[in-house]
Design a protein around this ligand. Structure first.
Ligand code: ADP
Ligand code: MG
Length: 310
């Protein structure tokens, strides 16, 4: 039993530029430990390097330098064991159209050398809710079904570590619920370590014990979800005034900007200022409110906060 499911040291990836484009430093020396048994979130905006990192772990992309240990096995020294320890649900819906769901799971099990007697194709199909589609043509599967099948494929060899790359990007609420229920169950009942990427902050908040944030190929934060969210309390209240304000609201800890559409954006930190304080400042400035809404900090804001001054 190892303490860390994943140990990454000074991991670098440089993509060669095509057609005169400069080379791309997608990962610039990442060091990261992911504890065994956790649900771990890897967050970052588009292009941050999340998929690159995951695909390196999965053995789908070759790293430029550095070391990756999966369940204690160095990827270069013990490629077979390290590969057996990890299952990956990729971001792309790349499925072979010639296999039924059952067939696809059997082929995948074959690729991983799972003996026929130990295959669990029917059990996995039931788990991802595809039993009634077991022998259907792949082309008759909806996008959501394909995604569920990809999850099933990642599980055929009963990996210790399950990696999900943007599992809920663009999926409906029902499928999202189903994915999360399954993932929680695998984590609780089998102790499977789960690593997922997402750019939905709320999802990470709800699901993950610990979070790493990467931006431009560098780790900018690594903490428990609770600690990290404490740092992410930036909020913004947007006021639509009945008439153009004669004076702008002013209050400690509130940054006011007038937007081109005539609304006022009042940025504040929920840990320091309450919504009531902000509203009072608006009323004190003699502003009548036609409409009000609040905007949560999104990841962009969080990055700005976390990378400010770096
Ligand atoms: P993320 O998953 O966080 O959105 P990626 O790992 O897909 O980020 O991409 C990181 C960076 O590497 C991006 O700038 C992307 O354009 C670049 N990149 C990804 N794959 C390739 C590739 N095969 N060839 C060249 N550049 C790539
Ligand atoms: Mg990606």
């Amino acid at each position: 039993m190892t303490q860390n499911a994943i140990e990454i040291r000074d991991l670098k990836k440089t993509y060669r530029g095509s057609k005169g484009e400069p080379e791309k430093h997608a990962l610039k020396g990442i060091n990261l430990d992911i504890p065994a048994g956790s649900i771990f979130g890897l967050l970052g905006p588009n292009g941050a390097g999340k998929s690159t990192m995951i695909n390196i772990m999965a053995g789908l992309v070759t790293k430029t330098s550095g070391t990756v240990r999966i369940w204690g096995f160095d990827q270069d020294e013990n490629p077979r064991q390290s590969r057996a320890a990890i299952g990956v649900m990729p971001q792309e819906l790349n499925l072979d159209p010639f296999f039924s769901p059952h067939g696809a799971l059997e082929v995948q099990a074959g690729l991983y050398g799972v003996p026929k007697s130990q295959r669990r194709s029917d059990e996995i199909l039931a788990m991802v809710g595809l039993s009634d589609k077991a022998n259907a043509y792949a082309r008759t599967l909806s996008g959501g079904m394909r995604r569920r099948l990809l999850l099933g494929k990642a599980l055929v060899h009963s990996p210790r570590v399950l990696v999900l790359d943007e599992p809920t990007a663009g999926v409906d609420i029902e499928l999202r619920q189903m994915l999360w229920t399954n993932i929680r169950k695998l984590n609780k009942e089998q102790g499977m370590t789960i690593i997922l990427t997402t750019h939905y902050l709320e999802e990470a908040e709800e699901m993950c014990d610990e979070i790493a944030i990467i931006n431009h190929g560098e780790l900018v934060a690594r903490d428990s979800t609770a600690n990290l969210l404490g740092k992410m309390d930036a909020k913004c209240m947007v006021i639509d005034p009945v008439t153009p304000p004669a004076q702008l609201p002013a209050a400690d800890g509130v940054e006011v900007t007038q937007r081109p559409d005539g609304t006022l954006a009042l940025a504040y930190h929920a840990s320091q200022t309450t919504a009531e304080d902000v509203l009072r400042a608006v009323r004190d400035a003699g502003i009548a409110i036609r409409d009000v809404k609040t905007e949560q900090a999104d990841l962009e804001d969080v990055f700005l906060t976390l990378t400010r001054g770096h």
